[in-house]
Design a protein around this ligand. Structure first.
Ligand code: CMC
Length: 389
């Protein structure tokens, strides 16, 4: 009794077996079901990647068409979910709204708790991937005081999302195809990342055998935190605070003195480079071609250059991660910073669901219940309040 390995943050503990995503942090490799992220980002689509992550293989043409059809026709949510969302304060953070409304879906689909039935798991998986953009877009419209826009099922996944976000008239909203494509790539890059904090949360909560909406709501809560999904928002705040290239050296000095962190740098797993950061730089160029260059880009590039040559960062193997540039792109889309993590959540949904499905089917998986090293008192004698005070 009391014998346990102390491993805060589980940095050395494998909590599960998984065949979803492979990462080699030293070599900067990321693969979904064995396929390199670079190839998927360049040649696949977010919905195809979602199928791959969840079902383990690339779909046939018939499977793909059926998958896209099902997701497209589950984009609507119950009207009472809309009323529920409208009840939030005018300035509610969209991540809080998303987390709550995904959790609320468990009450609209009580049959989702039958997690051992593969057909049931499939339909809930489809529903969640389909509805996430609707909920995310409505959370965005809510903060702006604008009416919620219903899905347009004639549009692709990302075009429909952009329509629900930005549509301003009765007419159909036609997103620039280059922006829709860039968003699709960003979703692919975020689709899974093995046992990151939010996926670990989904698995941990899911291991109690609760329904997938409750488990994913927990994942959204984990993603909300600034050291996880909130980092890209923090990057923009940091760049804005630095303000000009001339201020970079004093900022770097503050980081090295331990006053703050260089947000968007460093990763628990990648100790060489983050392959997603490379792909995102290319997406940056594509988006800025349409929207014009984000003025903070210059500061970001200079900051990256200086940090990559600085001994402090080199010694600690700190490189730009996916969040260093993603915020700049999202801002070019005119998303307010609070929406960045919502975008991350939409992209990460198939990964959460793939890992949740794997967990449910793994006969060896147990309820998550780590050990602890107890550091408190023992066997004290209790004195009633009236005698102590
Ligand atoms: N700026 C300055 N120093 C840093 C940074 C940073 N961004 N990241 C790590 N360090 C230092 C840290 O102070 C420590 O130094 P020392 O050994 O002298 O005490 C050393 O590097 C190791 O840091 P750590 O905290 O033990 O590393 P970790 O693997 O636990 O943390 C991290 C990984 C991502 C939380 C961390 O690098 C960080 O806080 N980065 C900034 C936030 C960020 O960009 N997060 C997004 C991560 S990628 C997207 C996602 O997965 O959500």
């Amino acid at each position: 009794p009391g014998l346990a390995t102390y491993d805060p943050g589980f940095v050395n503990t494998a909590s599960c077996r998984s065949s979803v995503t492979y990462i080699d942090g030293e070599k900067g490799v990321l693969e979904y079901r064995g396929y390199p992220i670079e190839q998927l980002a360049e040649k696949s689509t977010f919905l195809e990647v979602s199928y791959l992550l969840i079902y383990g293989e690339l779909p046939t043409k018939e499977q793909y068409d059926q998958w896209v059809h099902e997701i497209t026709y589950h984009t609507y949510v119950h009207e009472n979910v809309k009323s529920f969302m409208q009840g939030f304060r005018y300035d509610a953070h969209p991540m809080g709204m998303l987390m709550a409304s995904v959790g609320a879906l468990s009450t609209f689909y009580p049959e989702a708790s039958d997690i051992q039935d593969p057909a049931n798991r499939h339909i809930q998986t489809v529903r969640m991937i389909a509805k996430m953009p609707t909920l995310g877009a409505w959370a965005f419209r809510h903060a702006q005081g604008k009416p919620y826009i219903y899905p347009d099922n004639d549009l692709s996944y990302t075009e429909n999302f952009l329509s629900m976000l930005f549509k301003m008239s009765e007419h159909r909203y036609d997103a620039d195809p280059r922006l829709a494509k860039a968003l699709d790539v960003l979703f692919i890059l975020h689709a899974d990342h093995e046992q990151n904090c939010s996926t670990n949360a989904v698995r941990s909560v899911g291991s109690s055998q609760v329904d997938p909406y409750s488990a994913v709501a927990a994942g959204i809560g984990a993603l909300f935190g600034p050291l996880h999904g909130g980092a890209n928002e923090a990057v923009l705040r940091m760049l804005r605070r630095i303000g000009t290239k001339e201020n970079i050296p004093s900022f770097i000095k503050g980081v090295k003195d331990g006053n703050e962190r260089l947000m968007g740098f460093g990763h628990r797993v990648y100790k060489n480079y983050d392959p997603r950061a490379k792909i995102i730089k290319k997406a940056c160029d594509d988006v800025f071609e349409v929207t014009g260059v984000n003025p903070l880009l210059e500061i970001a590039q200079e900051l990256e250059k200086i940090a990559l040559e600085d001994e402090y960062f080199v010694k600690r193997k700190l490189y730009p991660n996916v969040d260093f540039y993603s915020g700049l792109i999202y801002e070019a889309f005119q998303f307010p910073p609070e929406m960045f993590t919502v975008l991350f959540a939409i992209g990460r949904t198939p990964g959460w669901l793939a890992q949740w499905g794997e967990l449910i089917q793994d006969k060896d998986q147990k309820i998550a219940r780590p050990k602890q090293i107890y550091t408190g008192d023992r066997t004290l004698t209790f004195t009633p309040a009236e005698e102590r005070w």
